[in-house]
Design a protein around this ligand. Structure first.
Ligand SMILES: [Fe+2]
Ligand SMILES: [Fe+2]
Length: 200
């Protein structure tokens, strides 16, 4: 099978530090590359969680928070059109556009088992922890008549134990990511519920 291992661990150019795609360019890239509205919503949710985590938990300044947000917003941008080369295409595109190396590295580290890039920075570790859990929590909201209203940590944990629910979400990755980030699963579940429930 075709490997999505990126085969490298250094991304972007340090001289591009601080460069981000302007919001309108990021949005048009998403419109063009990601026709699937559900996938775009997933990326907006990961972006909202990442930005909020940077500010509330890491005390990030404005530029840093924008980097976390952009990494979240673009991390699956190539998934729909290039599933076999997912991650490589968006990473190369952002390198071509001279985007901040920390943002590119963060995107490249959102799935270490698949892309072969070890999460190093806080931003790297948190995208890995947030990505799959965010997807599972959203799937759970869709099966609840009340959506996110009244959603509890214990309900999410029950769904995590139920292997047939959102079966594409790898539970071992979540456990691995939580331990690498040195955070509590319960805290992250609550954080994600609070910060993605109103993302439209
Ligand atoms: Fe992905
Ligand atoms: Fe994702």
């Amino acid at each position: 099978m075709h490997s999505r291992n990126l085969g490298r661990s250094v991304f972007g150019d340090p001289k591009n530090s601080g460069n981000l795609l302007p919001p309108d360019e990021a949005n048009s890239l998403l419109q063009e590359w990601v026709p699937n509205e559900k996938l775009r919503l997933h990326m907006r949710q990961v972006a909202a969680n990442m930005k909020a985590w940077a500010i509330e938990k890491e005390g990030a300044d404005e530029l840093t928070a924008l980097k976390w947000e952009q990494a979240g917003l673009l991390h699956d941008a190539d998934w729909e059109k290039y599933p076999d080369d997912h991650c490589r295409i968006i990473v190369e595109e952002l390198e071509k556009r001279n985007i901040d190396p920390e943002v590119i590295r963060c995107i490249a580290s959102h799935g270490p088992r698949v892309f072969g890039v070890e999460p190093e920075s806080r931003m790297d570790k948190m995208i890995y922890a947030i990505d799959e859990l965010s997807g599972l929590i959203h799937a759970y909201s869709l099966m609840r008549p009340e959506g996110y209203d009244g959603m509890e940590i214990k309900g999410v944990k029950k769904r995590l134990k139920e292997k047939t629910f959102a079966a594409g979400v790898n539970r071992e990755d979540i456990t691995d990511a939580i331990s690498r980030a040195d955070i509590s699963l319960e805290d992250l579940i609550q954080f994600i519920i609070d910060h993605q429930k109103d993302v439209a």
